[in-house]
Every structure is written in structure tokens, then in C-alpha cells.
Write a protein of this length. Structure first.
Length: 88
């Protein structure tokens, strides 16, 4: 599993980074996802988003989900944060 994070402001990508699942070696899928997501957020210097049920549904259906600015506990200077899962 590779988790890719992209920060979008308007129609421009201002951050793009991929995290291999090595950030949580040996863990189950949920733990790997959480660990990689937190690593992406730390690398991008953004707070961790609030995970909603729509994020679980989108991730399960499309292997990607969007977090909008109102899903962050602090004010952010971008429109959305997109994560996508790809297989190695």
C-alpha cells in the first residue's frame, strides 16, 4: 500500500507526497492507514483531519477521499486535502 497526499488550493496542487506502508510495518490495514496519514500530515505541516463516515465510504469505494477545510480542527489555508491508496 502506498498512501499519496495532495493539498489543493483553488485548482492548483500545492503539495504532493507519497508514503509507503513502511511507516507502519507489520500492522493491519487500519493501523497502516492511520500511521501513514499522520506522517503525511506531519510532513505537510497540517493538523490531522476529522475522519467522517463519508471518508470511509469513499475510500472503500474509490480508494481515495477528500478532506475539506471544515474537517480540520484548526484553520487551514487550502481548500482540500486528498488522499489516495495505490498498491505496490
Amino acid at each position: 500500500m502506498i498512501l499519496t497526499g495532495r493539498i489543493v488550493r483553488g485548482h492548483k496542487t500545492v503539495y504532493l507526497r507519497s508514503m509507503p506502508d513502511a511507516c507502519a510495518a507489520g500492522a493491519d490495514f487500519r493501523d497502516k492507514l492511520e500511521s501513514c496519514l499522520l506522517s503525511l500530515c506531519k510532513d505537510a505541516d497540517i493538523p490531522a483531519p476529522i475522519w467522517l463516515s463519508k471518508n470511509s465510504a469513499e475510500l472503500g469505494r474509490f480508494n481515495k477521499t477528500d478532506f475539506f477545510a471544515d474537517q480540520f480542527p484548526e484553520r487551514v489555508k487550502f481548500d482540500r486535502f486528498v488522499i489516495k491508496i495505490t498498491e505496490k
